[in-house]
Design a protein around this ligand. Sequence first.
Ligand code: MF3
Ligand code: CO
Ligand code: CO
Length: 258
Amino acid sequence: MAVIIKTPEEIAGMRIAGRLAAESLDYIGAFIKPGVTTGELDQLIHDYHINVQGGIPATLGYGNPPYPKSCCTSINHVICHGIPDDKPLKNGDILNIDVTIIKDGFHGDSSRMFAVGEISAQARRLINVTHECMMAGIGVVKPGATLGDVGYACQQIAENAGYSVVQEFCGHGVGRGFHEDPQVLHYGRRHTGLVLEPGMIFTVEPMINQGKRHLRILADGWTVVTKDHKLSAQWEHEVLVTETGHEILTISPATNQP
Ligand code: MF3
Ligand code: CO
Ligand code: CO
């Protein structure tokens, strides 16, 4: 599959989908506290995407086995693709919520970390460094840069902080398709890999582990956990390559911050 260069019309559609994904994450933040279940958060996201935003939750029924929920909720040692359930959140948990809305055929895919009540200093540091990784990767995006540059930038930040980068899951092209080419690795070597061109849209979504990078997939076929059961964090934005640099399509309208 080739990398799709988006037309101005497609870029306009992706800006809208990206904004809606960000708005749904802004919306859910207020509900996150000890005692709330991830299933309840999922229902809120589901209803918001459909009834308020006029879109479709892309994860529902996606893949094989069909993913059963309308977002992913990955707690503590869960790296990604945690399935919302009826377990209540606990004080001190760290939680990634990853939403993907389809609006007028275009995918808005973004995730953020949330703290449940009071979290440890170590957990806060992991969350902050992982955000720095994502922003460092996004920061090098411009025409002529390579995907190796993006991966290298993420990896440097993570490893200098004493953390490890998950290798089995990566960012991806996104548009009318949920997961398009290219694959965007969060580690790599500078000046290698795909050369970026205006009109490309892809996600940068590093998964960073407090301990070793190795993972295990649970019997549900989706939930990805750290093998050593140490914490993992992730943030995700959609990024457009522009003529002069890049534009983040999933900035929070509430805070205007990435
Ligand atoms: N939103 C995830 C991503 O960033 C994909 C989730 S697929 C699911 O690519 F089926 F697990 F929901
Ligand atoms: Co993604
Ligand atoms: Co996502």
